[in-house]
Design a binder for this molecule. Structure first.
Ligand code: SF4
Length: 210
């Protein structure tokens, strides 16, 4: 419908071996585009597509039917960026990455938050330059980093928040970090700046009290 309001969705093929889309998925995406429309490829393993508001729910269902994941765009937790799991699904913790994504992607936060997961210390998923970064160690334990930043002249690597935690501890800590940021972050305050203002030590002390 000409002039109809559109809603931007972030799309990807979910967490798997590499960031891949099938031809079937591309065909479904194309059904919601006019010939002159464009898909925007982001640096975060997502495609942005503008959907007419009246077709939003129908489009979400169509995407889900072919295995496309969709997320809101704006001040939300983005879908989890991952490495390509080159050494295997279980060895590199793909189920853990899926569960982290299920727990946090799309949650409302003061400013867009980029989480990243990587299946071994080679760290192809660049967890140290994202807001929340997870590195799976070789002993089924996980290191958790906070406050990394890839862009800008103030780019920096994240600070170690917790070392060699269990899977259950990892979920609890990520949940705590996002809830604390959602409750205490100022409007449009980036997560790294929040960590700096709120205090890494205070955040670490808070998790010990949970
Ligand atoms: S981080 Fe490790 S498991 Fe993941 S793609 Fe890189 S080398 Fe492979």
């Amino acid at each position: 419908m000409v002039g109809e309001k559109t809603i931007k969705l972030a799309i990807n093929g979910g967490i798997g071996f590499g960031s891949k889309l099938t031809s079937k998925q591309l065909l479904v995406l194309a059904q919601y585009m006019n010939e002159e429309d464009e898909l925007e490829v982001t640096t975060f393993q997502q495609l942005y597509i503008d959907i007419p508001a009246s077709k939003l729910e129908e489009a979400k269902l169509a995407f889900e039917r072919v295995g496309l994941a969709h997320y809101p765009v704006g001040n939300f937790v983005k879908s989890l960026r991952t490495c390509n799991f080159c050494k295997g699904e279980l060895e590199e913790g793909m189920p853990v990455a899926k569960e982290i994504n299920r727990l946090i992607a799309g949650k409302a936060v003061p400013f867009t938050l980029r989480p990243a997961y990587t299946g071994c210390p080679t760290a192809c998923g660049e967890p140290l330059v994202n807001d929340i970064g997870v590195i799976k160690r070789h002993n089924d334990r996980y290191d958790l980093y906070v406050g990394g930043k890839a862009k800008g002249l103030d780019a920096k690597t994240g600070d170690l928040f917790a070392k060699e935690v269990t899977e259950a501890e990892l979920y609890m800590m990520i949940d705590y970090l996002i809830d604390t940021y959602a409750s205490n972050g100022k409007k449009r305050e980036q997560f790294g700046k929040f960590v700096h203002r709120y205090g890494l030590e205070k955040l670490i002390a808070g998790i010990k009290a949970v």
